[in-house]
Design a protein around this ligand. Sequence first.
Ligand SMILES: [Zn+2]
Length: 105
Amino acid sequence: MQLTQKIRSQQEDIDNKTISDRERLKEHQEQREKIAQNLNPYLLNRFNEISQMSGGIAVVEVRDELCRGCFMNIPPQLYIEIRRCTLLIQCPHCNKILYHIESIS
Ligand SMILES: [Zn+2]
């Protein structure tokens, strides 16, 4: 009897979490669509292509000259370019789009 109640209670928790997760997912999808409407179509296509090729992660941080997507070293000249934030730069190893947090904040 107690076990049945415990299982029922856990099932209710799971159901509630599923509902709230679906609501959050819907909110994020709506936000994504709004952002996509204002993006340059070329950039949006590149983002979508990279995301599909990389398991859903298209943009990663570079820190201490390391790509945080593949943990390979970024060549010094490319690292300088990333810090300038003037071009869309992809990791030469994993192809993800790179950013340097201190340079954009
Ligand atoms: Zn990489």
